[in-house]
Structure formats: C-alpha cells, structure tokens
Design a protein around this ligand. Structure first.
Ligand SMILES: Cc1cc2nc3c(=O)[nH]c(=O)nc-3n(C[C@H](O)[C@H](O)[C@H](O)COP(=O)(O)OP(=O)(O)OC[C@H]3O[C@@H](n4cnc5c(N)ncnc54)[C@H](O)[C@@H]3O)c2cc1C
Length: 397
C-alpha cells in the first residue's frame, strides 16, 4: 500500500516536473524561432515576386516541414485538402480522450507566416502547373507530399479543424455506449486502438480479427508476445488467420465461418497512397501498388526523372514501414535538394536510403513499447517518450 502510494507520488511529481521542463523548452524554442524569422526576413533581399515558386501538395508531416523551411526564401504555396496539421500518431488517443485533439492540431495559417495556403484538392499536375477545380497554380518546383489515406476516423481528408474535433467527440460518445467492438486488422493501428479502448473503458468486449498468424507480424517475437499478453489480460479476444468477409446487421462473418457479434467494427486494414492526381500525366511514375516512384534524390522518376518535381513522405515508393519520422527525413532531404539546385551546387544533392528507425507502440496511456530492430523496451518509460515526441513535434509549429 505504502509502496503504491510512493509510486503514485513519484509519478505525479515526475509528471509535473516534466511539464515545467517542457514549458521552459517551449519558450526557448519560440525565442529561437523568432530570432531565425527576424534574421531571415532582414537578410532576404530578393523581392518576393522575383523568388522561385514552390508548390507543396499536402500539409502532413512532410509538407508542413517543407513549407516551414522554404517559406522565407521562395514564393511558397501549400495546397492541402485540410486546413490544419495533425499529429496522426496520437489520433487513437483522441478516440477515448476527444479533448486531446486540441494538443495535436494546428491550423496551417497559424504556423506558416509567408506561405499562401489553399484548402483544396489537387486534381492534376502538368509540367509547370497544378490543376485545382477552379484554377491552376504555377510552379518552378513541385513537392508532392500527398501521403496516404486510412479508414475514417483515423485519417480524414477534406475537413476543417473544428469539424474534425466534432467528429472525434461524437465518436467518443458513441463508443462509450457500445458493449461489443470488433477491430478488423491486427497491425499497429488495430493493436493501439484495442489497447486505448480497454485501457480507458471498463467492461467492453473487444475482439481483433487478424488475417495473419501473429499481431504486428513484422515486429520482434518479444514485442508480439508482450502485446498479446497485454491485450489478453484485459479481456481482448484475438482471432488469427481469418478475414471478415461479410456482415448481417451486428453479425460479422469470417472466411472460416466464425461469427462475431459487435455493435461497431473499426477497419484497421492498412493504408492507400494518395497518388490519383498524378496518374493521367505521369502514369510511368506510379508503382504497381500506387506509390510514386523517385530517384535517390527524391525527384519523381518514371521512364525518365523530373528534375523539378520531388516526392516525399508516405506516398513515396520505398520499401519500409510508413512512418512520420520517414516523412520528416525525406522532407529535409527535399528542402536541401531544392536549395542545392537553386544555388547551382548539384554536388550537394542528398540521397535517401531507407534505414531502420525506432518505433513507439502505445498500449493505452501509461504503457508502450519502444522497438528498434530486434530490441524492445516496454512499460511506462516508452509511454512517456511517446508523449515527449508528440510535444517535441507540436512545439515546432
Ligand atoms: C492511426 C495512425 C497512427 C500512426 N501512428 C504512427 C506512429 O506512432 N509513429 C509514426 O512514426 N507514424 C505513425 N503513423 C504514420 C504517420 O502518420 C504517417 O507516416 C505520416 O502521417 C505521413 O506523413 P505525410 O506527410 O507523408 O502524409 P500525411 O500525413 O498523410 O499528409 C498528407 C496530406 O496531404 C493531403 N492530400 C492528399 N491528397 C491531396 C490532394 N490531391 N490535394 C491536396 N492535398 C492532398 C491530405 O489530406 C493530408 O493532409 C500513423 C498513422 C495512422 C493512420
């Protein structure tokens, strides 16, 4: 009892100390940002109308970084179907804590001071312009960061920030009333969603149906075992090697004939690249799975490569886990390469080669797994780290 009390005190003191440290760090970053902005505004003597035009498609992890880093030196236009940036890795937390959405969204117009933001869908691309429904926008450089789509409510396109918050709140009140929930797909998203639900609500019957023989099958055995035990201890039912193929009302039927009763099913079955708008003009640059191909310098590539069109983030055709960190990494390379081309230092062009990155998997609010190659750390520390990553990312905006 006393140990438990002590642990709780340590936890809360630690939490508040961290909040103060984060707060001070935030003020420090704001000062640095202000200083950089002032220097760059004073030093850049090229009138804005004479600067090269950069059009950025998509304002997720990748596009928002490219816009931030280029807006002081180029005429930048960001075109996004949404009017805000959202920290997607925390979106599953908002399913059970809708008020958390305030911490993970920010309007593009808020953090981009010199960028022309257009909330529209890009419908097509020509060699020097992108096509919208009512106009076209010229570019010298185009950066495609259109990312990937996921089933609602995890990722939404064409929404304004307030509508998104309302949807998440309604979802929360809806889930609160449910007794039986089915999650289709046992990858990271399905696992994190199940863990958030059983961690937050007591007495819900949650079932995951997964078409493979293990949850998150690309991860180390130890990680998978820990995740299974975590979920099973909290009553989550796991069904392997089956696919949901039909449903009649609240009865979901698998290809092996199992029937699962659930008032609500969440589809957590993977992502689809947003590349349709390129298909007509550059069919050769689209891979079989719909991703956009690029050379090592991230210039779009088909039968030939396109010097002034760059591809970054989830939509890039590269064999590795689609992660926010990869999107940030490719975005920085694109920024470097546009600057290198502009200063005619093509020998400074950087290349992107996939490499192993650490992944944080949340299991509710206070438990997570940090996985790097074959190593993993489980427990409260990785959970704290995940919050720190969210903080570190949002403070940039
Ligand atoms: C539920 C969930 C949890 C995740 N958790 C993690 C995690 O814990 N860690 C991690 O590293 N990664 C995680 N990811 C993956 C991460 O979110 C993505 O890798 C990252 O968002 C990719 O960034 P991006 O900029 O390439 O694309 P996106 O974030 O997809 O942004 C693309 C933007 O382009 C817009 N767009 C698309 N088409 C058009 C068009 N034609 N015209 C104009 N705009 C367009 C979209 O609306 C969107 O705003 C998670 C993803 C999901 C769905």
């Amino acid at each position: 009892m006393i140990v438990l009390l002590l642990l709780q005190i340590i936890f809360f003191v630690g939490y508040y100390v961290m909040s103060v440290v984060f707060g001070l760090f935030r003020i420090f970053l704001m000062l640095v940002k202000f200083k950089n902005l002032a220097i760059s505004t004073l030093c850049n003597r090229i009138p804005i109308e004479d600067r090269k035009k950069v059009v950025i498609v998509g304002g997720g992890f990748s596009g928002s970084i490219v816009a931030q880093k280029l807006e002081n030196d180029y005429q930048v236009t960001l075109i996004d179907t949404k009017d805000f940036f959202e920290f997607t890795p925390s979106i599953l937390r908002t399913i059970v804590e809708p008020q958390h959405v305030k911490k993970i969204q920010i309007l593009h117009s808020h953090y981009l001071k010199h960028t022309n933001v257009i909330q529209k869908e890009v419908l097509g691309v020509q060699s020097r312009e992108v096509i919208l429904d009512d106009r076209s926008v010229e570019f010298d450089y185009l950066v495609i960061n259109s990312g990937s789509s996921y089933n609602s409510p995890f990722k939404e396109s064409s929404v304004v920030s307030s509508a998104r918050a309302n949807t998440l709140r309604e979802n929360y009140y809806h889930i609160r009333k449910l007794k039986r929930i089915l999650i289709i797909g046992g990858g990271i998203v399905g696992v994190e969603l199940a863990a958030e639900i059983v961690d937050h609500f007591k007495g819900k019957e949650v079932t995951i149906v997964h078409s493979q023989s293990k949850l998150m099958n690309r991860f180390p055995k130890k990680t998978i075992r820990y995740t299974e035990e975590f979920l099973q201890k909290r009553g989550v039912k796991l069904i392997y090697n089956e696919r949901v193929v039909a449903h009649r009302g609240q009865t979901f039927i698998t290809d092996q004939g199992s029937e699962i009763i659930a008032e609500q099913a969440f589809l957590c079955t993977g992502i689809a690249p947003n590349s349709n708008f390129i298909k007509n003009s550059y069919p050769d640059a689209i891979s079989e799975s719909g991703y956009i191909k690029a050379n090592d310098h991230l210039q779009m590539a088909g039968t030939t490569y396109y010097r002034n069109i760059f591809v970054s983030g989830d939509v890039l055709h590269v064999r590795e886990e689609k992660l926010a960190q990869t999107a940030e990494c490719t975005a920085s390379i694109v920024v470097n390469n546009i600057n290198a081309m502009e200063s005619r230092c093509e020998h400074k062009l950087q290349s992107y080669k996939p490499f192993a990155k650490p992944v944080l998997i949340s299991l509710g609010k206070y438990t997570a797994i940090l996985v790097y190659k074959d190593y993993s750390i489980t427990g409260f520390l990785p959970a704290l780290l995940k919050q720190a990553v969210e903080f570190k990312t949002m403070v940039r905006y």
